[in-house]
Design a protein around this ligand. Structure first.
Ligand SMILES: NC(=O)c1ccc[n+]([C@@H]2O[C@H](COP(=O)([O-])OP(=O)(O)OC[C@H]3O[C@@H](n4cnc5c(N)ncnc54)[C@H](OP(=O)(O)O)[C@@H]3O)[C@@H](O)[C@H]2O)c1
Length: 410
């Protein structure tokens, strides 16, 4: 019998509790729930709750800690302590995991416990266990997709209902799809944490999220939206892990032009999608809800259930003899919209296909390296520059037939 100690009883904690209560004969019992604020009203008797972590960590009858707090630093202490005391851990805390995964994997090894975290990457989509098990021996070319539902909801409203960015964000906040401070979602941080977790499971690469490039959608203007629509594209926030050579892996989170033929074009609203490109299985697309109490809880109950037969991630792709490295020495076609020509001139384009100015907007479509984008990240963000990747087919179209109005110089 699994005896569970919950840490956190917010959106995910309550969702998971509800699922456990409604799953007949589920062989696990919620023993105690640690929360932060004792004054908050709760839907369960007060005897369930504690503000003392030790009440769970020190209870020998509890064999699984289910970590669903919103405090990454405290969560790390809780998870480490639980594992040191021989308890298995199931966590949804993507930031905590992305910050500390390498240490936690070591600790799993040392303590013989199991740390599972399906819910931390794209909620209900069962991608982590698939990467760990199903794609165990596959040569993965890339794992990419829409890893953040809030920004996808906002972008969907913009492209389907002609809202501007600020109205779409406000609507998402009113409906509970976006936080009051939306930075983590619209700035591409949430997707970045998930990308780091996915990179570990896909390629055995542990990378610090601070080293990886992430641009968000905060500086998207009506001008950019109109341009994308003219090219029959949507803009989506795309996270990608792409193997660029035997030893090198590119990681980035950036807005991207998505033409109609692309699988991600139809993935709208709060849905997430993960696209796996592999040598033998070819392309596979997983679509599902990436957030919400029940979708996230469904991934957690699957992890808890897997503990019944002693399941743990083995990290078989981590290789001391043939390690893969994160690198950014790759070029990409980008759309770069600035407020004026001088701002754009600051960026070291290797090739410029089109550039144009109109009413306080200036854009360049050309080739930039990820290293340069990373190096100039602070400048790009400070100036409110909007950068989006252009897939080859969209770029080829722009280069061949620049819309007359836009083709000022090449
Ligand atoms: N929401 C989603 O759809 C979703 C999806 C995937 C992953 N996640 C991840 O899941 C985690 C929980 O998200 P959430 O949306 O459920 O957050 P939430 O609604 O803000 O709830 C957080 C819970 O954590 C409790 N808490 C905070 N610090 C604690 C501590 N030191 N000890 C014990 N409890 C503590 C809070 O206590 P009080 O109730 O007393 O404030 C609250 O119950 C986060 O890491 C998030 O990134 C969320």
């Amino acid at each position: 019998m699994l005896r569970l100690g919950f840490f956190g009883f917010g959106c995910v904690g309550q969702g998971l509790y509800d699922i456990i209560r409604n799953t007949p004969n589920f062989p696990a019992e919620v023993v105690r729930i640690a929360i932060k604020n004792p004054e908050k009203g709760r839907s369960l008797p007060s005897s369930f709750f504690t503000t003392e972590a030790e009440a769970i960590l020190n209870d020998p009858s509890i064999n699984v800690v289910v970590e669903m707090t919103n405090s990454p630093d405290e969560a790390y202490q809780i998870v480490c302590e639980a594992m040191r005391r021989g308890k298995h851990v199931v966590s949804a805390n993507k930031k905590m995991l992305a910050d500390n995964l390498a240490n936690l994997v070591d600790l799993q090894q040392q303590t013989g416990t199991s740390l599972l975290y399906e819910a931390a990457a794209c909620g209900s989509i069962p991608i982590i266990r698939n990467l760990a098990e199903y794609y165990d021996n596959e040569l993965l070319h890339s794992v990419s997709g829409i890893f953040n539902g809030t920004s996808n909801y906002i972008l969907s409203k913009i492209f389907s209902e002609n809202l501007d960015y600020h109205r779409a964000l406000k609507q998402a906040q009113e409906l509970g799809f976006a936080e009051t401070d939306p930075t983590s979602d619209v700035g591409g941080f949430d997707a970045l944490y998930k990308l780091c977790i996915i990179a570990a499971q896909s390629y055995g690469l542990f990378v610090k999220h601070k080293d990886v490039l992430n641009f968000g959608i905060e500086s998207l203007t009506d001008f950019d939206i109109r341009y994308a629509k003219e090219k029959s594209c949507k803009i989506k926030l795309v996270a990608q892990a792409v193997k660029t050579s035997e030893k090198n892996l590119l990681l980035a989170v950036m807005p991207q032009f998505i033409p109609r033929e692309n699988h991600l074009h139809k993935v709208d609203m709060e849905y997430n999608a993960v696209v796996v490109e592999a040598a033998f299985s070819d392309r596979q697309v997983f679509v599902g809800k990436g957030a919400g109490g029940h979708p996230t809880g469904s991934a957690m109950i699957s992890d808890i259930s897997a503990l019944r037969y002693g399941y743990r991630y083995e990290y078989r792709k981590v290789s001391a003899t043939n390690p893969i490295q994160y690198h950014t020495d790759v070029t990409a076609h980008v759309y770069c919209r600035t407020r004026n020509q001088a701002e754009a001139a600051f960026l070291p384009f290797q090739h410029i296909a089109v550039q144009y100015s109109e009413d306080g907007f200036h854009y360049i479509i050309g080739t930039l390296s990820f290293t340069e984008m990373l190096m100039h990240k602070a400048y790009i963000q400070q100036k409110g520059i909007f950068l989006a990747l252009m897939p080859e087919q969209v770029y080829a179209q722009v280069e061949r037939r620049p819309t007359k109005r836009y083709a000022v110089s090449v």
